[in-house]
Design a binder for this molecule. Structure first.
Ligand SMILES: [Zn+2]
Ligand SMILES: [Zn+2]
Length: 488
């Protein structure tokens, strides 16, 4: 947006920080420009050329998404609720929720997205709101989701979001009480080795990589969690299959960015099985990148010095540097059987050539991966399935395939290119034929409402013999689908 909108100015005026507005007003014309410039700094910090085709519009896209995703800072609850309060005859002011016209009103399953204040990644919110009218007034039901969205469209933490929605509704509707329950899903960065070495418990793709937290807030007649009002509210949710315990306690590990050892591409998870070397990509934070993220926070209307935000730029940069471009190429050819590289125990010699079947292919299913969408600077993650025709006396260990997946995943990517690059790398060793299927969930698509949480995008790359052997192709696809069914 070109300048501060009126809502923002009003909000500032009401807050009584006149000097602040004047200062902001002067630089108002370049507010989006601040974010775009900051994103360019981040791209440079990742060793990227921000003028290359895939990245040229990234600063603009990121700025637009962040503005849209935090527009709640410039919205006022009063404007939304005003004029939507209707008198309802028969409401007995202040007297309980016991039924009739004065009873509990519940709006369930409001889907929202918010931004995690710890790591700046979007998180999904399913919101349930209940209130007991009083003073012979009810509010238009469509206003409840809109009020909730005002607070979701900010940098948040689940409990604060829940409290703010509750307080805002209480103050604007003036009911006998308000109850809010939020079920929040935050992307979780798994220790990939753990998930990949447990084939007996493969993760379901639709929930893999997410951590869920439920929180609640109550005011007025909902002040007591053990009271009748809560019992009614919870019963109405249960009715819809939402099962929530009475005491909701937020999990401490809500945002895993606060525990760096679980990031996908650092430390032992990036140990290269080819040479045992550990990638040093997740190096120390770069001051220019950290300053750039702090300038984004400021530009969104936040105070980068707010207690909860102090380490956010560091965490975001730490996360981002997992996807730093690396100059080292993955030279698998050196390690192929008969190659000149050091002996590699990950490339199995087959026990006997007698059973060798030229028409047989080897496949590895459910290799977990993480990558970063270069268009939106948001993660996408999921499962990769790889098949290749065996060479006469060799096949890959699963860990070598996993490291190929990491190598191509841990950089700014698009899913199609990731698929092709993995296929080409495997093909450089098993040149008879390779097929790669990538199933991914994109945070950028979910947070814009294009993709639902749980749905996924699939891409396929086919090289060599697989391209003219429909039976083999079908065979491999069928094995993926069988496996997915047994997972479900
Ligand atoms: Zn987070
Ligand atoms: Zn994207």
């Amino acid at each position: 947006m070109g300048a501060l909108d009126e809502g923002h100015l009003d909000a500032e005026l009401e807050g009584g920080v006149k000097l602040g507005i004047l200062e902001l007003g002067l630089e108002g014309g370049s507010e989006t420009g601040v974010i775009e410039n900051a994103v360019r700094v981040l791209l440079q910090g990742l060793g990227e050329d921000s003028s290359r085709e895939g990245l040229r519009k990234t600063p603009l896209r990121v700025a637009k998404a962040l503005r849209e995703g935090t527009k709640g800072y410039s919205q006022k609850v009063k404007d939304i609720v005003q004029g939507a309060l209707f008198p309802e005859a028969g409401l007995d002011g202040g007297i309980g929720h016991a039924g009739g016209a004065g009873g509990l009103v519940v709006v369930r399953d409001i889907d929202l997205f918010s931004y995690c204040e710890s790591c700046l990644l979007p998180f999904k919110v399913r919101c349930h709101v209940g209130y007991v009218p009083s003073g012979q007034r009810v509010v238009g039901l469509s206003k409840l989701p809109r009020v909730a969205d005002v607070f979701a469209k900010r940098l948040q933490d689940p409990q604060r979001l829940s409290d703010q929605i509750c307080t805002a509704l209480h103050n604007s509707i003036n009911p006998a009480g308000v109850a809010v329950i939020l079920q929040c899903l935050h992307i979780q960065f798994p220790a990939v080795e753990r998930t990949s070495h447990n084939p007996s418990h493969p993760n379901k793709l639709d929930m893999q990589g997410w951590v869920q937290v439920s929180v609640s807030s109550g005011s007025g007649v909902f002040g007591n969690k053990d009271g009748d009002a809560w019992a009614d509210f919870l019963a109405l949710l249960k009715f819809r299959g939402v099962n929530i315990e009475r005491s909701l306690t937020p999990t401490r590990l809500w945002c895993t960015s606060t525990s760096p050892e679980t990031l996908p591409c650092n430390g032992h998870t990036m140990r290269n099985p080819l040479n045992g070397r550990i990638s040093t990509k997740a190096g120390p934070s770069q001051p220019a990148m950290v300053a750039a993220v702090a300038s984004i926070l400021h530009s969104l209307g936040e105070d980068p010095l707010r207690k909860e935000l102090v380490f956010t730029p560091h965490r975001f940069v730490h996360w981002l540097t997992n996807f730093k471009t690396s100059n080292t190429e993955m030279k698998l050819n050196n390690f192929s059987y008969g190659g000149i590289g050091p002996r590699n125990h990950n490339l199995h010699k087959k026990a006997s050539d007698v059973g060798y079947d030229r028409n047989k292919f080897q496949s590895e299913l459910n290799l977990p991966f993480w990558s970063q969408c270069e268009h939106h600077l948001l993660p996408f993650h999921g499962m990769i399935h790889i098949a290749y025709f065996l060479e006469e006396d060799a096949e890959f260990d699963r860990s070598i395939l996993q490291s190929i997946v990491h190598f191509h995943g841990c950089k700014l990517q698009v899913q199609e290119r990731l698929t092709r690059q993995i296929a080409e790398t495997v093909f450089s060793v098993f040149s008879r034929g390779v097929m790669v299927v990538v199933e991914a969930q994109h945070i950028c698509m979910m947070s814009r409402g294009i993709e639902k949480v749980g749905s996924s995008t699939a891409t396929i790359a086919v090289l060599g013999q697989f391209s003219n052997d429909p039976a083999a192709k079908e065979n491999f696809l069928q094995s993926i689908s069988n496996n997915t069914e047994s997972r479900g």
